[in-house]
Design a protein around this ligand. Structure first.
Ligand code: IPD
Length: 262
């Protein structure tokens, strides 16, 4: 895709994210219809409605590009390009009326049998109206202004965000990490929306973000935004688990020190 096409893709993703975000804003304090709930996860009827709204806008602009969404697939999944969509990231926060949730949309291009490169990323937090955008090769922006990661290199000055994902196995993996890390860093933050944790690192608010068992749609857009802000998008696929990763996202200065605590 040429730069002009990437800009068109970014514009479509921003329109879709704002449309989904509007639905989220209107419904933050409403009682939500729960489609499915497990101990550590909730799926809302509104997740599906938001994804449908996003799909409609993206498919109207790029009918040939497939969609891989948290709430389902659309189009030919073998196509060269795909959108990776999380209509509501931070669903549990949103369900409880906590205004810390977002929309995450990435455009990826196939780069091998199973590999993809993210070309465009959009993360939109509709309650304080923060919009992060990135096109590969350009600076990441927050509401149109360039951002960059923090310059903190000392662990004892770092704020590290953590995610525990949704399963007993991921909770059990991360709790010892929490125990080790909490004594070494300035603060640990567990905010409940992976895509926002990524953009907070990209914006220099957090210095790192660690999680095991995070899904592709939670990190694809934020990963590009982070890289375009000078950060280290360190992620490893979890073997045997489709679209699932271990991440050690950081400002590029803390990787070694944090890796020792994992
Ligand atoms: C979840 C949130 C949470 C993270 C989980 C994600 P969802 O996404 O981002 O913070 O710890 O790994 O799956 O279910 O709210 O879209």
């Amino acid at each position: 895709m040429k730069l002009s096409e990437l800009k068109r893709a970014l514009a479509a993703a921003v329109t879709a994210a704002r449309a989904s975000g509007k639905l989220m804003r209107l419904n933050l304090r409403a009682v939500k219809k729960i489609n499915e709930a497990t101990q550590h996860d909730i799926k809302l009827e509104l997740d599906v409605r938001c994804q449908k709204r996003i799909e409609k806008i993206l498919r109207a602009t790029f009918p040939e590009i497939s969609i891989l969404g948290e709430e389902g697939l659309l189009g030919d999944q073998t196509s060269e390009y795909r959108w990776v969509v999380d209509p509501i990231d931070g669903t549990v926060n949103f369900t409880y009326g906590i205004p810390h949730a977002c929309v995450s949309i990435a455009l990826q291009r196939r780069a091998g049998a199973t590999n993809y490169t993210t070309l465009v990323g959009v993360v939109y937090e509709p309650f304080s109206e923060e919009l992060w955008t990135a096109i590969r090769g350009q600076r990441a922006l927050l509401n149109g202004t360039p951002i960059r990661v923090s310059r903190r290199a000392k662990l004892n000055e770092a704020i590290v965000s953590m995610g525990f994902a949704k399963q007993t196995v991921t909770l059990n993996e991360m709790l010892p990490v929490f125990n080790r890390m909490v004594h070494r860093v300035r603060k640990i933050r567990i905010m409940g929306a992976a895509a926002l944790a990524m953009t907070y690192v990209a914006s220099g608010r957090f210095d790192a973000y660690v999680e095991a068992g995070v899904r592709l749609w939670d990190i694809a857009a934020g990963g590009l935004i982070l890289e375009c802000a000078g950060g280290d998008f360190c992620h490893q696929a979890v073997p045997g688990k489709e679209h699932t990763y271990r991440i050690l996202v950081n400002n590029g200065l803390l990787h070694r020190k944090l890796a020792k605590l994992l």
